[in-house]
Design a binder for this molecule. Structure first.
Ligand code: ZN
Length: 408
């Protein structure tokens, strides 16, 4: 077969794949978006009249094969004011309860005071800021209306997963190894959760190696439970620092570390029946971490790490700082600081339980600082973390470095 014909076959195949994946990625029909912008499934709860405007129609805009919604449309639905900044590149949507900051051509957004990574960049078109439907459904909606997340079970048990162990040392600094720090934080977290009425199961209690599949298997044996995996980061960029947190990438979307415009991301179809719950757990714990400990905000991210992919219960992976960076590694080596980190994670988990069982909105970083939503500090998105960290490494924020235990 000639190269030209081969290429034609490839192109036709690729187009077919794109169309198929586009259909998969659509979380709901256009009609159901009218009242329920974000529900991935057939939930039946309608919007609370004081919060959203269910009579606002969604105007779906096609860009290529993907569906987008305009920032104005989102503002109208959620009852937010929209203000474009002086550069014309960023728009802030807010009211007294919620804040959403979007920047054109960027995957970086700020939702209620913390950095979020969208699956696809915001598109600038005809003076509009366009957000992909999958980002609206999977990232924005669960944070603006957490009470709309369906099928939240009880949270009685927390499966605590201390990353690495045994011959798998994880990352390391001059002061210690990741496998030891993760176990120490898990051990500190256990009594803090027990005192809050949770049952705790540890995937490992000692310095032993445990395959990722076994960690997920332990989680999947539990009922009314959540899974919290604890890790510390490392990367060759010695300036990279701060917290980040991961939940499973939604079906049909690239992970944060993938190139959103390439179609080469792996396992794109993988998703989870509980991804909204996992995402809310991730946001709840992350706000508490930054609310208790002012470290650099690397953001709420998505990945298809094995422990997130293989667990069937709400699952998150916490990265508590960089062992490859001097300031972070000194903090992590400090026993009292690790106790503080454990406390922050415990409060975040408790907040998630309150959101799940009592429908209480999880505390935001501004709440921990005693401010209302109008007092949320705006991040300067013209200064992405990469530039703050190292001008020579523009991708560091999206590519947190290799952590061999996170992938099989
Ligand atoms: Zn790790």
């Amino acid at each position: 077969m000639s190269a030209v014909r081969l290429r034609a076959f490839f192109i036709v195949g690729a187009i077919f794949l794109i169309v198929a994946l586009g259909a998969l990625a659509r979380p709901a029909s256009v009609n159901s978006l009218t009242r329920r912008p974000a529900s991935a499934s057939s939930d039946s709860v309608s919007a609370k009249p004081d919060e959203a405007k269910p009579n606002v129609d969604w105007q779906v805009i096609k860009v290529g094969l993907r569906d987008y919604l305009s920032a104005d449309n989102i503002a109208a639905f959620y009852g937010l004011r929209a203000n474009v900044d002086a550069t014309g590149k960023s728009v802030l949507l807010n009211n007294s309860r919620n804040q959403l900051q979007l920047t054109s051509e960027s995957r970086e957004a700020v939702v209620n005071g913390v950095r979020n990574w969208l699956c696809f960049p915001v598109v600038a078109q005809d003076g509009k800021f366009l957000v992909s439907r999958i980002d609206l459904a999977k990232t924005i909606e669960p944070q603006l209306r957490p009470h709309m997340i369906q099928n939240k079970g009880k949270v009685q048990t927390v499966v605590l997963d201390a990353g690495h162990g045994g011959f798998d040392k994880g990352a390391g600094s001059r002061d210690g190894l990741e496998k030891g720090y993760t176990l120490d934080v898990a051990r500190r977290l256990r009594p803090l959760l027990q005192s809050r009425g949770f049952k705790v199961i540890m995937t490992r209690e000692n310095d032993v190696f445990l395959p990722l599949e076994l960690r997920a298997h332990i989680a999947n044996q539990t009922r009314d439970s959540i899974f919290v995996s604890i890790h510390f980061n490392a990367t060759s960029n010695r300036d990279a620092r701060g917290f980040e947190i991961f939940s499973l990438t939604p079906r049909g979307a690239p992970s944060t570390a993938d190139d959103a415009l390439a179609l080469s991301f792996l396992n794109m179809q993988e998703g989870s029946a509980v991804d909204a719950q996992s995402f809310e757990l991730s946001a709840s714990v992350y706000h508490s971490m930054l609310g208790h400990i002012p470290r650099f905000d690397r953001g709420i991210k998505r990945a298809r790490f094995a422990v997130l992919r293989k667990t069937k219960i709400p699952a998150i992976l916490v990265e508590g700082g960089f062992l490859s960076q001097t300031d972070d590694s000194k903090l992590v080596a400090n026993t009292a600081w690790r106790g503080k980190l454990a406390e922050a994670i415990a409060v975040g988990i408790e907040n998630y339980r309150n959101a799940t069982e009592k429908k209480q909105r999880p505390m935001l970083v501004a709440d921990y600082h005693g401010k209302d939503a109008s007092g949320i500090t705006l991040l300067n998105l013209a200064q992405p973390p990469a530039r703050l960290e190292n001008p020579a490494a523009p991708d560091v924020a999206a590519n947190p470095g290799v952590d061999p235990n996170k992938e099989p």
